[in-house]
Write a protein that binds this ligand. Structure first.
Ligand code: PLP
Length: 490
């Protein structure tokens, strides 16, 4: 039996291991280099009959697990978007695991529900969301923590779907059935939106139109209006738009003011997916990018991306709680409690029944960093992205592809897609840094994201030198005589 005295001892060993791991993560390769199936060769194929010793389990972290870990908090990791991490968040999660409640309704742990309402209000106020979204300001809506942005989009789409179906049924004396109504519903998003938006349409059995973005990869009001008018002319029913602030391929921003206006005119539910960039709106100088949010019925971003909170913590605000509570309400006797008329039961605001005490880690982060340090962290990373941008601009063999607004730089070697594909492959094979590509229309580009909170100017310079030198090799192999002009020792 493992008792609390074992836990004290092993837990402390694990805390030391975690602190050492994070202090020295820069010395490990950012991208795991193992081959598929590596792990099954290192452990038995069935669970042990008898308990094993802690020291053997502990030793297997380095032997079995770490070789197959891609180290997202290595300052040479520049792939995707950042994933948040901090000691306060980790400590909050330890407490959440210890309490181990399944906070589906208020009675299941009042603190779990009430803290979530409060920290969602704190965060909503930090973003200067309209009052409608903030409980303590008398709003009809409020915030809820979902697992991911994908879930937040799906929940919003399903709530909008139910709302529209009920509205049509209430206005239609012939009382069409739900399936007939659903077959006419249409949702819209940009051709740059994350795949999870299209997937929400797939899961929700809804046609999702991809609106062509403009030359800055931004969805514009006119293009949206035209698509909506075309669909209405065909007898279809537009009901949902998902706008993106900070697209995944290039961190482009849809024109929220224009889109919001169209949604208002057409009485269409507007959902905003700001999974990555949303964290930056706590800085007054970036808040204008959220202007137009007053037209949205739902807004989501991931503090687990860029606000120092460990995965998972995706914050969703709904303008009118009735829209979501009505859409997902199921009331079996075993989930009822005597206070339910007076309180929020978050089980109505999400797809699963069970929910973790995720607000603890968010609360710890907000209190132990404070707004100022969180703002400084965002600004520092954006500054580092501009530093990388400036370095790229010094080398005439490269080009910056899109405006750098947040912590992502989209760039490429001037030349064919194939050259850039080779450069990407060599870069990741070098094991020195990790980046991922993207495609904008037909152009293959490289994405450099400032990810780890510990990234410094030195790391940015290092990454650039690695890329520059590998570019020289690729161009030389390609027979380009000017290729070595700008290479450096690394
Ligand atoms: N939306 C955008 C704009 C994203 O960049 C991402 C992931 O990077 C997602 C949605 C999906 O996020 P999640 O993993 O939280 O579902």
């Amino acid at each position: 039996m493992v008792d609390s005295s074992d836990f004290r001892k092993w837990g402390k060993e694990m805390i030391d291991y975690v602190a050492d791991y994070l202090d020295n993560v820069g010395e490990r390769p950012p991208l795991s280099q193992v081959e598929p199936g590596y792990l099954s060769k290192l452990i038995p194929d069935s669970a042990p009959e008898e308990p094993e010793k802690w020291q053997d389990v502990f030793a297997d972290i380095e032997r079995v697990i770490m070789p197959g870990v891609t180290h997202w908090h290595n300052p040479h990791f520049h792939a995707y978007f950042p994933t948040g991490s901090s000691f306060p968040a980790i400590i909050g999660d330890i407490l959440s695991d210890a309490i181990g409640c399944i906070g589906f309704n208020w009675a299941a742990s009042p603190a779990c529900t009430e803290l979530e309402i409060t920290v969602m209000d704190w965060l909503g106020k930090m973003l200067k969301l309209p009052k409608d979204f903030i409980v303590c300001e008398g709003g009809r809506g409020g915030g809820v923590i979902q697992g991911t942005a994908s879930e937040a989009t799906l929940v919003s789409l399903l709530a909008a779907r139910t709302k529209r179906i009920r509205q049509i049924k209430s206005e239609n004396i012939d009382m069409e059935n739900d399936c007939t109504i659903m077959s006419r519903l249409v949702a819209y998003t940009s051709d740059q939106a994350h795949s999870s938006v299209e997937r929400a349409g797939l899961i929700g059995c809804i046609k999702m139109r991809l609106i062509p973005s403009d030359d800055k990869y931004s969805m514009r009001g006119e293009a949206l209006r035209e698509a909506i008018q075309n669909d209405k002319a065909k007898g279809l029913t537009p009901f949902f738009v998902c706008a993106t602030l900070g697209t995944t391929p290039s961190c482009a921003f849809d024109n929220l003011k224009e889109i919001g206006q169209v949604c208002k005119e057409e009485d269409v539910w507007l959902h905003i997916d700001a999974a990555y960039a949303g964290s930056a709106f706590i800085c007054p100088e970036f808040r204008h990018l959220l202007d137009g949010v007053e037209h949205a019925q739902s807004f989501n971003f991931n503090p687990h991306k860029w606000l120092r909170v460990n995965f998972d913590c995706s914050t969703l605000w709904i303008k009118d709680r009735a829209d979501i509570e009505d859409a997902f309400n199921m009331d079996p006797l075993y989930l009822k409690h005597e206070n339910q008329a007076k309180v929020t039961d978050f089980r109505h605001w999400q797809i699963p029944l069970g929910r973790r005490f995720r607000s603890l880690k968010l609360w710890f982060v907000l209190r132990m960093f404070g707004i100022k340090q969180l703002q400084e962290g965002i600004r520092r990373q954006i500054q580092l992205a501009h530093e990388f941008e400036d370095l790229v601009k010094t080398d005439p063999r490269f080009e910056i592809v899109t405006e750098v607004i947040m912590g992502l730089v989209c760039f490429r070697v001037k030349g064919s897609n194939e050259i850039n594909e080779r450069l990407l492959k060599k870069t990741n094979e070098s094991g020195k840094i990790h980046i991922v590509p993207s495609k904008l229309r037909d152009t293959y580009i490289l994405r450099f994201a400032v990810c780890a909170a510990s990234t410094t100017s030195k790391d940015v310079q290092y990454a650039w030198e690695v890329i520059q030198n590998l570019a020289s090799e690729v161009l030389m192999e390609n027979g380009d005589e000017n290729s070595v002009e700008n290479s450096h020792d690394c």
